[in-house]
Design a protein. Structure first.
Ligand SMILES: Cc1cc2nc3c(=O)[nH]c(=O)nc-3n(C[C@H](O)[C@H](O)[C@H](O)COP(=O)(O)O)c2cc1C
Length: 413
């Protein structure tokens, strides 16, 4: 639903509701039905076009059943299909894309339905090469691929691993998730393209000795949602994450080349990472629940139970305050204030004291808000206004926050 709201089911204002999936003659074609299913699960329809060679690896019938649409491979099966299908599609994906088909794309050879469609299509094209590593590494092919990328064709780079020929190397088709995330990102609003965004996320750990630490209940879900939202809207995202309990698999951030994840443990490491990165950032969102206190002393050796323990705690560094002093004037700074109870007054005070542009308040005692929850209830507070975000998924809430940040940046320029 949220994807559709953001226009992921088609370019904004477009009636396109399907992508063309071109399946070519690679061993990886047996994965095509899974690609079809994953695209459909994102709310986007699929029209499959195969090459003759692809039919050796996967049957048109399987692809027809999974896509729910007739599968075409011959230009003369349905005359003018190369124009009609191309006209109404929102994207063309070739997955798997053979060396042969990619080379034809790059030279304008239109000798089958897929290559003819490619030449007739005016929307975004994504290719997921799959081939033996020697073929992928071939200098002639590299030139062809570089030429296509220069023309705006998006490559979902193949992965290293065991290949069907028994060799190992770079040539395995990208995972289904990577292909679908690339598609979503391509069809997304793209209103954050060119922006560098830093998001901090999760808790920190403050060590007492090598095996014990103090921490807090933050799961890192809100930070992940923010980083994911910015990434899907086209930003280059750096996620600085404390030890999060959110499983990292199947996430756009792990799949997209335009994102980096820096993993840290302590508040000191988080401070160092963000100070290093924030100078060039357009937007910094500090969603991490950095521990406010840490043990005054760290014991190099594991403390013995028999000796007893009294912990002396000291405040950790004020990272938000330091960033505010350190970041460039153009950087839009957002902090989070997690409180127990309706303490917006404390959030407003934090906003003012730290000299930041926005603070997002949430009362973690509310049902459907705070740690570990998949939803949140928030209030966006800036020096001049307050905006309530009712209970919604953290992904949707993250998009609301960026909508507001973009609006405020626009108003500032
Ligand atoms: C068993 C087998 C596996 C193949 N696997 C691949 C492959 O993974 N990638 C590739 O580029 N070509 C592969 N080929 C070669 C292509 O099938 C061949 O170049 C064919 O002409 C591709 O046609 P198409 O691009 O129209 O699908 C394979 C051939 C055979 C016989």
């Amino acid at each position: 639903m949220e994807d559709k709201e953001r226009g992921l089911a088609g370019a904004p204002g477009s009636v396109s509701k399907y992508v063309i999936l071109g399946v070519t003659g690679s061993v990886a074609a047996f994965k095509s039905p899974l690609v079809v299913r994953a695209i459909k699960d994102s709310g986007i329809g699929v029209r499959v076009v195969m090459t003759e060679a692809a039919k050796q690896f996967v049957t048109p019938l399987s692809l027809e059943l999974v896509s729910g649409n007739p599968v075409l491979w011959d230009s003369f099966q349905s005359p003018l299909s190369h124009i009609e299908i191309a006209r109404d599609a929102c994207a063309l994906i070739a997955a798997p894309a053979t060396l042969n088909t990619i080379s034809k794309f790059s030279t304008g050879v239109a000798d089958n339905l897929l290559t003819t469609l490619f030449m007739a299509f005016r929307g975004p094209v994504i290719i997921a090469p799959a081939m033996n590593w020697r073929m992928y590494d071939n200098p002639i092919f590299k030139d062809r691929l570089a030429y296509l990328k220069d023309k705006g064709i998006i490559e979902v780079t193949p992965e290293r691993g065991a290949l069907a020929c028994g060799e190992e190397g770079v040539g395995r088709m990208a995972s289904t998730q990577r292909i679908v995330h690339t598609l979503k990102r391509t069809l997304g609003a793209n209103d954050m393209k060119g922006l560098k965004v830093i998001v901090t996320s999760g808790p920190t750990r403050e060590y007492i000795d090598p095996v014990r630490f103090i921490t807090n209940r933050s799961s890192g879900k809100m930070g992940r949602a923010l980083a994911r939202a910015a990434c899907l809207r086209g930003a280059f995202v750096t996620l600085i994450s404390g030890p999060s309990s959110v499983p990292p698999h199947d996430d756009v951030l792990d799949e997209i080349d335009d994102a980096e994840i820096i993993r840290v443990e302590t508040s000191g490491e988080m401070e160092k990472a963000i100070l290093e990165k924030s100078k060039e950032a357009d937007i910094v969102v500090m969603a991490a629940a950095v521990c406010d206190f840490k043990p005054e002393r760290f014991s190099q050796d594991k403390l013995s139970r028999s000796e007893g323990l009294t912990l002396e705690l000291v405040k950790t560094a004020d990272i938000l305050g330091k960033i505010s002093a350190h970041a460039s004037k153009k950087t839009y700074l957002t902090g989070f204030a997690a409180e127990t109870g309706d303490r917006k007054d404390r959030a407003r005070e934090k906003l003012q004291k730290k000299g930041i542009d926005m603070i997002v308040f949430n009362d973690v005692t509310q049902e459907g808000a705070g740690f570990d929850s998949d939803t949140n209830i928030m209030t966006i507070i800036t020096p001049t206004e307050e905006l309530s975000i009712p209970k919604m998924s953290k992904d949707a809430g993250a998009n609301r926050i960026f909508d507001k940040i973009l609006l405020n940046i626009k108003g500032r320029n």
